[in-house]
Design a protein around this ligand. Structure first.
Ligand code: CU
Length: 315
């Protein structure tokens, strides 16, 4: 490789990297400005129901601002990957053609080029910085609700979800999947549950997660929430649904033999409807208190409080 060619190549590499970095840095700056309303790729059949779809590509549609921010960041990284892939591909083709054996019977013995080496170190660092800044912003954005309107405590248990609404007195209930045989028309197999998590539209909801037995993970992709539930720890995150709808998720941490038994349904409803649900839920779940849990190992003995101890199971 002649010196002038190497310099030109180094300059090209540096410029391409910088242009990529700068251009996409600007894109990312606007990422958090556009908060809501965007229906992104991977749209579900109806905007009111966001669930997994066969053969879907890309991320699930967004139902709130956290997922919008995730979409924006995903888009940024996708552009960077695309630019790098095209750049490296074109470079390979160019080098194969430019330095082919028939045109270069005596191969170059160049082994060092300072500018080139500095460029291919510095440019990737710049690209990583361009990715890291919005990435950290997104992590802090998801981390906690700045102005939470309400709190929901989510407990992962083997194998069902337990939801509590501390702002609504001692309202708490369990959420189990609907058995395939009991599915109503329109219900999704292995995804619909008996008692969905009901939230008001447009409210910032602080979510505090913990695990009762093992590590589970509270994952609702369309709301942009995925948080481990860890025994002995409380983790915080938040979400907001910007429109009414039903949003499906699942425990996505392998947590034992009935891991599949932990789908999540979040129903976002207008405030008035939420208030009505709250009123009705308080009575319904108060009446339920003390009832045995729907799923108990066959040999298990259920105490009056609905608790089956390990000692009893092993008898
Ligand atoms: Cu789980």
């Amino acid at each position: 490789m002649r010196r002038s060619n190497v310099s030109r190549f180094a300059g090209f590499l540096a410029l391409a990297g910088l242009a990529t970095g700068l251009g996409l840095g600007l894109t990312s700056a606007s990422a958090f400005a556009q908060a809501s309303g965007a229906v992104a790729p991977g749209t579900s059949p109806s905007p009111e129901v966001i669930a997994p779809i066969d053969w879907a590509m890309g991320l699930q549609a967004a139902a709130g601002p956290v997922k919008d921010a995730i979409h924006d960041f995903n888009q940024l990284v996708l552009w960077i990957i695309t630019a790098i892939t095209i750049f490296v591909g074109v470079l390979l083709l160019y080098v194969m053609w430019r330095f082919r054996a028939s045109k270069n019977p005596v191969p170059s013995r160049t082994s060092h080029h300072t500018l080139l080496e500095v460029a291919w170190t510095v440019v990737p660092v710049l690209i990583l910085i361009v990715i890291a800044i919005p990435s950290f912003r997104l992590i802090y954005y998801q981390d906690r609700a700045v102005d939470a309107d309400m709190t929901i405590n989510v407990t992962g248990r083997q194998w069902y979800w337990h939801y509590a609404y501390p702002d609504a007195g001692n309202l708490a209930f369990d959420s189990y999947p609907v058995a395939t045989a009991d599915l109503q028309p329109g219900q999704l197999r292995n995804l619909d549950v008996d008692n969905p998590l009901v939230i008001p539209v447009g409210k910032n909801i602080r979510v505090l997660t913990t695990g009762q037995d093992v590590i589970h993970s509270f994952f609702v992709p369309s709301l942009g929430v995925q948080k481990y539930t860890i025994p002995g720890r409380t983790l915080e995150t938040w979400f907001r649904a910007d429109r009414a709808g039903t949003f499906y998720g699942q425990c996505n941490q392998i947590c034992g033999q009935n891991h599949w038994f932990m789908p999540i349904v979040v129903k976002a409803v207008p405030q008035a409807e939420y208030d009505a649900w709250l009123e009705q839920a308080r009575q319904r779940f108060a009446a339920d208190q003390g009832a045995p849990a729907p799923v108990v190992a066959q040999s298990g003995v259920t105490q009056p409080g609905g608790v089956t101890t390990v000692a009893e199971l092993s008898r």
